[in-house]
Write a protein that binds this ligand. Sequence first.
Ligand SMILES: NC(=O)C1=CN([C@@H]2O[C@H](COP(=O)(O)OP(=O)(O)OC[C@H]3O[C@@H](n4cnc5c(N)ncnc54)[C@H](OP(=O)(O)O)[C@@H]3O)[C@@H](O)[C@H]2O)C=CC1
Ligand SMILES: O=C(O)C1=N[C@H](C(=O)O)C[C@H](O)C1
Length: 253
Amino acid sequence: MNSPIQLGVFGAKGKMGQEIVRLASSDPRFTVVAQLDRGDDPLRGFVSCDVIIDFSHPSATASLVEACVALDKALVSGTTGHTSEEKATIRDAAQKIPILHAPNFSLGVMVLGRLVQEAARWLLGEGYEVEIVELHHRNKLDAPSGTACRLAEMIGQSMQRQWQEMARFGRAGQTGPRSKEELGMHSLRGGDVIGEHTVLFLTEGERLELSHKAWSRAAFASGALKGALWIRNRPAGLYSIEDMLGSQPKSSF
Ligand SMILES: NC(=O)C1=CN([C@@H]2O[C@H](COP(=O)(O)OP(=O)(O)OC[C@H]3O[C@@H](n4cnc5c(N)ncnc54)[C@H](OP(=O)(O)O)[C@@H]3O)[C@@H](O)[C@H]2O)C=CC1
Ligand SMILES: O=C(O)C1=N[C@H](C(=O)O)C[C@H](O)C1
């Protein structure tokens, strides 16, 4: 059996960071050796780690990946809301270290994405219209969610379009009729909702709704910890949850 992964957590005082520490602390495959948050220096704090798990803020990404490269540490990140420049920083760093990034570490959401891709393949050529609705807690800082953006990206790919060109974020005023090519994206915020995503495919006389609802952050944290086990000793590169979970179901029953 491998020795326990020496784990560093970035954003450790946050909602996700605390869940990561809670689950890792009761799992013999991990030893949490560093818990860093705002104001802490990853270059000093993560020296003794094997893998870093990041659930912080996109503004921290540049300095975090710089430190991970300098220390030659593998990074698992679930942080969302990155600008295109911040995403480029992650891609550049992944040329030197292994980075696993996922806007959602839930297996259920990965399967939702597969179902959305299949539905888009069948329905969007038949004139169905598509909308995405996501619902999160009042404290979420970014919108739309990273998960909703990833689902939109999948839908755009099925139409050979850039999703950003199709997206229509909410509607107000005299909008006129909806165009067939629009991708409506709507972010609802309130309460303590952990994370819910619904993709609707609508046409005359029917609609198909594909939904995922999370009611514990453990659904995300357990996936990120699986990522830390998976990325250990991997070569440099930028990896996705699809890389981690594979293209075929593990269980065959
Ligand atoms: N991929 C996935 O499965 C999931 C992804 N997420 C994403 O993870 C991120 C964190 O979510 P959540 O835990 O709810 O957010 P929180 O705000 O609860 O936690 C973020 C933590 O990071 C800290 N932080 C903020 N800026 C910096 C910085 N520059 N350097 C170091 N630490 C910093 C915050 O400190 P302070 O409070 O002082 O700002 C806070 O402690 C979000 O982007 C969210 O979208 C969330 C759930 C699942
Ligand atoms: O901020 C959150 O809470 C979540 N953010 C992620 C996202 O932006 O998709 C994942 C999950 O929905 C919870």
